[in-house]
Design a protein around this ligand. Structure first.
Ligand SMILES: Nc1ncnc2c1ncn2[C@@H]1O[C@H](COP(=O)(O)OP(=O)(O)OP(=O)(O)O)[C@@H](O)[C@H]1O
Length: 275
């Protein structure tokens, strides 16, 4: 079965399309004396596919971890479907599902693929084992890996592990009364993959995106093909501040010097490379 033949596992969003799904207002974060984010404002509308780009160490993953509720900003406000976030994800649940796909697939080595994908349902639902198994099978079929339930992460290639982590991020609990929209956060999903494996992942991201329930995502990537093939809008970060944002169709035409330098891979320009 191909990825495109598989049905949605997350129901459609009941939310008003006009309300931002996510708003970051004046977000700052410092680690010791290192000012990593400096007054970042970012709005993501339902259905948007946004790529966060910029040189290494510029705060992209830090933004994802703040959006996921894993890290608290020093200052600034976070609104999720208009509701102000209080504390971290462990303190209060968000009104939407926020799933994060980490750079290193972050699977538990001692658990099977099936147990990894169903992990949140085993932890947070009272569903019987057989139903969780069925849901994990569907999620694995969605990422094009229908027959690997009983394998262990160590037995998979890097690309397969990433696809398993996608399945884990999109699995939904059918016991939740109100269907919630999902915001997916991808941290360098194609890093370290060969060009063909990258294309598989990019297609998968787009495919999950076209399913309405998981239609919004923020993706951090350095890869030119991943930016062009997965994003509608691009946000360029440099030293913790947004330097440019615009549609992906403008990355080759904007005169913005940061964008020009980044896509030309030039050493000359406002982005200074640490030696
Ligand atoms: N928990 C932490 N403690 C101290 N410093 C941190 C911590 N997390 C991140 N940093 C620092 O914050 C800066 C930004 O890191 P971040 O991972 O957000 O950058 P990035 O833009 O995602 O980089 P890359 O493209 O290389 O992944 C780096 O200098 C990093 O060393």
């Amino acid at each position: 079965m191909s990825v495109s033949e598989v049905n949605l596992i997350v129901p459609p969003s009941p939310y008003d399309k006009e309300e931002p799904l996510l708003e970051l207002k004046g977000i700052s974060k410092q680690f010791g004396s290192n000012q990593v984010l400096d007054n970042v404002d970012l709005t993501v509308m339902p259905g948007e596919a946004v790529a966060l780009i910029g040189p290494s160490g510029t705060g992209k993953s830090t933004i994802l971890r703040i959006v996921a509720g894993l890290l608290a900003p020093d200052s600034g406000d976070i609104f999720v479907t208009g509701q102000q976030r209080q504390g971290l994800i462990e303190d209060a649940k968000d009104p939407i599902n926020i799933g994060m796909v980490f750079q290193q697939a972050a699977l538990f080595d001692s658990l099977t693929v099936q147990e990894n994908v169903g992990f949140s349902l085993y932890q947070n639902s009272s569903l019987p084992d057989a139903e969780i198994r069925e849901l994990t099978k569907e999620a694995l079929a969605m990422v094009g890996l229908p027959n690997i339930c009983d394998r262990y992460p160590a037995e998979l290639s890097g690309g397969m592990r990433k696809r398993v982590s996608f399945a884990r991020a999109v699995i939904a609990n059918p016991q939740e009364n109100t269907p919630k929209p999902t915001l997916l956060l991808y941290d360098e999903p194609t890093a370290g993959l060969d060009p063909i494996a990258s294309t598989v992942i990019e297609d998968l991201i787009r495919n999950i995106h076209s399913n309405r329930g998981c239609s919004t995502y923020l993706i951090v990537t350095h890869q030119d093909s991943t930016i062009r093939r997965t994003a509608d809008r691009v946000v360029m970060l440099h030293k913790g501040s947004i330097q440019w944002m615009g549609p992906v169709s403008e990355i080759d035409t904007t005169p913005n010097p940061y964008v020009r330098q980044f896509f030309n891979a030039a050493t000359d320009g406002p982005i200074r490379v640490a030696n």
